[in-house]
Structures are given as C-alpha cells and as structure tokens.
Design a protein around this ligand. Structure first.
Ligand code: ATP
Length: 302
C-alpha cells in the first residue's frame, strides 16, 4: 500500500462547505422620530425596521421583498451605513460595521456600493460619464488604473455601453443605459456587495430583462454578492439565490428562492405571491409617494 492510499483524501473546504457569510445583520432596529404632521398624524417614535436579522453569503443574491413601506430601503440604508441603527449589529467580512469610524468606515464604503431605482436622480446631470464612474475612486483617493479615460472606456464596455460615450452627460442616455452607468460606477471600486434598491423597477420589461442579465453576468465574472431589493416578484425569481420577505418592518420568512416561491410557509408570503398581479399598480403608486416623502424629509438626491 502506498502512503497516498493510506491517507484519507483531504476534501477541500470549497467542495463541501456552505458559502461563507459576507454580511450578517442581527436584530436591527431603526426608529424614526415623526412630527405631528407626519405618519399617523401624531408625534412619536416610528419603528421602520423591527428586529431584522439576515445574512448575505459570498457570491449569492439575497432578495429582500415586501410591499411599499415594509422597511426594505431602510434596512438597506442601515447596512450601507447611510443611516445609523437604533440598535442591533452588522458584521461585514469580519468587521463590525455599526462600530466603524474614520478610515475603517471610508474603506467599508468602497466595499459596499449601491444602485438606486432612478438612474437620472442618482447620477449628477452636470457631470460627464467619466467623472461619474470614476467618482468612487476619487472619493477613496485611489489612483485610476491606466488613467480616467481608459478606465472609463473599459468599464463602459463591460456594462454594454459604447466606450466612446465617456464624455456624454446622463441626459443623453435612455433609462436602461443610464442604469448601466450607475452599475459601472458601482463596479469601479470592485465591491464585495452591491445593494440594488429597486434597480430595475423603473425600466420597461424588455430593458429590465437585459439589465438583469447584465447583473447576473457581472456577478458570475466577479463573484460579488447582491442584496437585491424589489417589490416585483417576477424580477426576484429571475435573479435571487435566496429570498427574505419583509412585512411591517420585520422579516417574516427567509429561504431558498425555490422553497419560498414553491412552498411558502408564512401567511403573508402566501398572500404576497397570490396577490401580485392585482396589487402591483397600487404598490407602484405607494412606492412613489414613499420615495418622494423620503426625499423631502432628507433633502437627498436618492
Ligand atoms: N427618514 C424617515 N423618517 C420617518 N419615517 C421614515 C423615514 N424613512 C422611512 N420612513 C418610513 O419607514 C417605513 C419604511 O420605509 P422604507 O422606505 O424602508 O420601505 P420600503 O419597503 O423600502 O418601501 P418602498 O418600496 O416604498 O421604498 C415607511 O413607513 C416610511 O415612511
């Protein structure tokens, strides 16, 4: 018997282990103070995110679904540290995100990128595409590999846009093309997680399918993870690895895509799956009102 026969075969961790966790949020709570004119017409604390725990694994797409106002965007904004938690913890690639400050927070910001619903309001209309897509590197004070023009051309090519359009402005692009610019900007710093907050919701169905294909291809190439927020379950079905369902600030069900769609356990999930075609227009209207209110409250460009 040779030595190699005597020793049991070593199984590489990647052959057996479940995918590693990239992000783990535990018991997240976010309360907002609302004025007398605000929600419910009275002052007080409003709990938009209520004890949310979730995990995003390396290389996967976790879809966060739920109707308008269920707390999806607030959860995303907590995870990206755009707003602070009321309580709870967020661990990202071995670091406690909620505790990051200074350089640590600065570097975290390049590892998590966001793509928003409305490409036109999330891209500065006065900046060229080149300035927009290199902005995350400028923010990080990182050199631009190969120079800004060559770097931009290569990125545009990767997202299916004409490299010669680096000097154009956002208004010169269609909605789908503008969203590709937002995706190129996110890619510029090679993030580990991209949070896509209703990133294809504003697009026509055929354009939506193209952008979803692009998102999937880029993930295959780069291996990053998505936290994919969407109210449209048909879209979620095309892209999700796992699904978390939110209702009233809480996660009511989490599971693999096929089990959540095929055999939902929670009553709310069942209703959500059954009701989609009927209530989608109402959701769209509610979502627009919600987004508008958030912008007015925060005076942001999001
Ligand atoms: N800054 C804020 N101040 C007060 N209330 C807020 C604030 N941001 C969000 N909310 C409220 O928190 C709740 C959850 O909002 P959120 O935007 O997270 O929901 P959502 O599921 O993402 O919905 P949508 O799809 O419409 O964006 C809503 O009732 C919203 O009005």
């Amino acid at each position: 018997m040779t030595t190699s026969e005597a020793v049991p075969r070593q199984v590489a961790p990647s052959e057996t282990a479940a995918p590693e966790t990239l992000l783990r949020a535990r018991n997240l709570v976010k309360e907002f103070t609302v004025s007398g004119n605000g929600l419910l017409g009275r002052s007080g604390r409003f709990r938009a995110v209520d004890d949310v725990s979730l995990e995003v694994r390396k290389g996967e797409t976790l879809a966060l679904v739920g109707e308008s106002g269920s707390g999806k965007s607030t959860t995303a904004r907590l995870i990206a540290r755009l707003i602070d938690t009321t309580s709870g913890t967020i661990e990202f690639d071995g670091r406690e995100v909620h505790a990051l400050t200074g350089k640590g927070l600065h570097s975290f910001r390049s590892e998590v990128q966001m793509v928003f619903q409305d490409p036109y309001s999330s891209l500065n209309p006065k900046h060229t595409v080149e300035r927009i897509v290199t902005a995350p590197l400028a923010y990080q004070r990182r050199p631009i590999p190969g120079g800004a023009r060559a770097f931009t051309r290569a990125l545009l090519d990767r997202v299916g846009l004409d490299p010669d359009h680096a000097t154009r402005f956002p208004a010169q692009f269609s909605g789908g093309q503008a969203q590709r610019i937002g995706i190129a900007r996110a890619l510029a710093v090679s993030p580990k997680l991209i949070i896509a907050d209703e990133a294809v919701s504003a697009l026509d169905v055929s354009v939506q399918a193209q952008v979803i294909n692009l998102l999937r291809r880029l993930q295959d190439e780069e291996g990053f993870s998505y936290l994919f927020i969407a109210h449209d379950l048909a879209v979620v079905r095309q892209i999700a690895t796992r699904v978390a369902v939110m209702n009233g600030g809480r996660i009511v069900e989490t599971g693999d895509r096929d089990s959540v769609f095929g055999a939902p356990q929670d009553d709310y999930t069942k209703k959500l799956l059954a009701a989609v075609p009927r209530i989608r227009p109402e959701w769209d209207a509610a979502r627009r009102r919600n987004e508008q209110a958030r912008r007015e409250r925060e005076g942001t460009e999001l």
